[in-house]
Every structure is written in structure tokens, then in C-alpha cells.
Design a protein around this ligand. Structure first.
Ligand code: GLN
Length: 311
């Protein structure tokens, strides 16, 4: 592993990995998608990539896991330039203070989801992708593979089937959005399938940290040598991740960690320190808000050790 000149990231990651492993953090692996409950709660990996392209890892950093809601950042990135300000008439940019799968707020806010990371908001974004691309699924898979460094990112078919069989709530949200004319396409089942398809992508911590590197580098990805977003668009997505990336725990995450990031119920968290690095952590045991317990603790300790504060 190469070392960054100023900060010894490998030493910090190793230290935090050992410290977090020794803690007795009691959470619960997600089981509302039965296939996810089969993953060992012992799994734990970290990968940090700095803006010079150095990669630092610990634990199960190369083992693929279900990215779930982290995929919502990728789909939002894909629609971001295409829709410009028009998109924000269909999805708001405010923290919701509600769980990721909440439907209640939609009723009194006339079918406009609070933000693109709640399931409701992400379904609107997926609908926009279906309108834009003839084969949205293929486009999403290619985009994620490219920004992860031209790897071949795959979906996990079992997780996909398992979630399709337990998606009544997401179907209800989609039909509710449709009733409010906030879904353009007629085929709701195709919308649900496309949404669950991107949630079922599998990536490891290295892929994930690399795929988030453009958020740390003003929109430029060294892994596919492309400007993915403009610096101004990057600023907006980082702001959205900071305020809404952890659902009704976004305030607590900002308080403890203070980095823009996104979690998924597969136990992954990806986050960035703009100008410096991107990082991915995976540990399947979740807290009651659906965020990885060890993942949050890891990021809290790392930001403490590098004495980082945005504020
Ligand atoms: N696919 C999951 C769902 O729709 C994503 C949830 C998450 O990761 N928070 O419930």
C-alpha cells in the first residue's frame, strides 16, 4: 500500500478497525428483505481512497455486499444534468425526519417526496431515468461500473427476487406517487423492478470508495477519467448527502461524523471528505434507523483521529 505524504491513512484505518472490532455494538442485520438476513453479522471492511489515487484497506474490504440505498446517489447523479432545475419540482431537497420507507408525509405534501434519498424520492428519480433511457437498467449498471473503475458491477439475483417478493410498501408508495401525477410511466411494476434492480447491485468497499471519489474531487473521477458532475453540481449533491443521507439520523450523523455520505440497509456507508478522500465501510448490523452501527462508529473515530471538522 502506498502512503499519503501528510496523513498515514493506513495506520489510522488499522487502528480504528481494531478499536471498533473490540467494541460490543449490538445491532440487527436487515431482515425485511429476507435474503439480506443471511449475511454474517461479523463482516466488517473499510476502504479509503485519497485524491491522489492511493487505496487503503482493512478487513473484508474486497468482499461484495448489497449496496441498497447507496445506489440512490448514483441514479440521482445520472439524472442531475439531464433535468436541471425541473427535477426539483418533483422532489424536494429537505431532510424528512422520517424513516426511509415512510409514506405518511407524502399525503399532506401532495405527492412531492421530501428528498431523493427516501424511497419515495428515489422512485421518482428512477421513473425519470426510465423516461430518459430506453434501457435504464443497463445504463445504471454501466454508469456504476465505469465510476468504480471499469469493473463489472453485477446485481445479486437472489436479493432482487427476495425484495421483489417483499415490496408491498414500495409498490404502495409508487402507486401513491402515480395518483399525484408524480410518476410519468404507466408501468409501475417495471418501475419497482428497475428500482429494486439498482438496490440489488453488489459492490465491495474498494469499488464503492472509488465510485464516490468524484464527490471528493469536484466532480472528476480519476477511475474513468471523466468529469461526472460540475463542481457546482457536486457541491449540491454533497449538501444533499450531508442533510438527508441517513434519513431520520442525518442530524446525528452530521453531529458525530460531519461528512456527506449515504447508507444502505445492506450495512454499507460511503462518505467523502471533499478535497481529500472518499471512504466506504461495510458492516451489516444496523441500528434502529437502518444505518450500520459499526459503519458510523468507524467514520466517527476516523474523523476524530484526523482532527477533521467542517465546522
Ligand atoms: N431497497 C431498499 C428498500 O427499498 C433500500 C432501503 C435502504 O437501503 N435504506 O427498502
Amino acid at each position: 500500500m502506498k502512503q499519503s505524504k501528510s496523513v498515514d491513512y493506513q495506520a489510522i484505518i488499522d487502528e480504528v478497525y481494531a478499536e471498533v472490532k473490540s467494541l460490543d455494538l449490538q445491532g440487527k442485520v436487515a431482515d425485511y428483505i429476507p435474503e439480506l438476513a443471511k449475511v454474517s453479522s461479523e463482516k466488517y471492511g473499510i476502504c479509503l481512497v485519497d485524491n491522489q489515487g492511493n487505496t487503503f484497506t482493512a478487513g473484508d474490504a474486497e468482499e461484495p455486499f448489497s449496496i441498497q440505498s447507496i445506489s440512490k446517489v448514483f441514479t440521482l447523479t445520472m439524472v442531475f444534468h439531464a433535468f436541471k432545475s425541473k427535477l426539483w419540482h418533483r422532489v424536494n431537497v429537505e431532510p424528512s425526519g422520517n424513516p426511509f420507507n415512510s409514506i405518511a408525509q407524502l399525503e399532506y405534501e401532495n405527492g412531492i417526496p421530501r428528498n431523493p434519498f427516501m424511497n419515495a424520492g428515489a422512485l421518482v428519480i428512477t421513473d425519470a431515468l426510465i423516461s430518459k433511457f430506453e434501457n435504464a437498467k443497463e445504463k445504471i449498471a454501466t454508469f456504476i461500473s465505469d465510476i468504480a473503475g471499469c469493473t463489472n458491477i453485477q446485481i445479486n439475483g437472489e436479493v432482487l427476487m427476495s425484495e421483489m417478493d417483499h415490496a408491498s410498501r414500495n409498490r404502495a408508495v409508487a402507486y401513491f406517487l402515480k395518483a399525484h401525477q408524480n410518476i410519468e410511466n404507466e408501468n409501475i411494476e417495471n418501475l419497482i423492478q428497475t428500482y429494486i434492480y439498482h438496490c440489488s447491485m453488489e459492490m465491495n468497499c474498494v469499488d464503492l470508495a472509488r465510485s464516490f471519489s468524484f464527490f471528493a474531487d469536484q466532480g472528476y473521477s480519476r477511475y474513468c477519467d471523466r468529469q461526472i458532475l460540475t463542481p457546482s453540481q457536486t457541491k449540491r449533491l454533497n449538501a444533499l448527502m450531508l442533510t438527508c443521507g441517513f434519513y431520520d439520523e442525518s442530524g446525528e450523523f452530521a453531529f458525530r461524523v460531519g461528512l456527506p455520505g449515504k447508507s444502505g440497509v445492506g450495512g454499507g456507508i460511503a462518505a467523502v471528505l471533499p478535497g481529500k478522500f472518499s471512504i466506504a465501510v461495510w458492516s451489516p448490523e444496523l441500528n434502529t434507523k437502518g444505518n450500520s452501527l459499526r459503519g458510523i462508529k468507524t467514520l466517527e473515530l476516523i474523523t476524530d483521529k484526523i482532527s477533521f471538522s467542517l465546522f
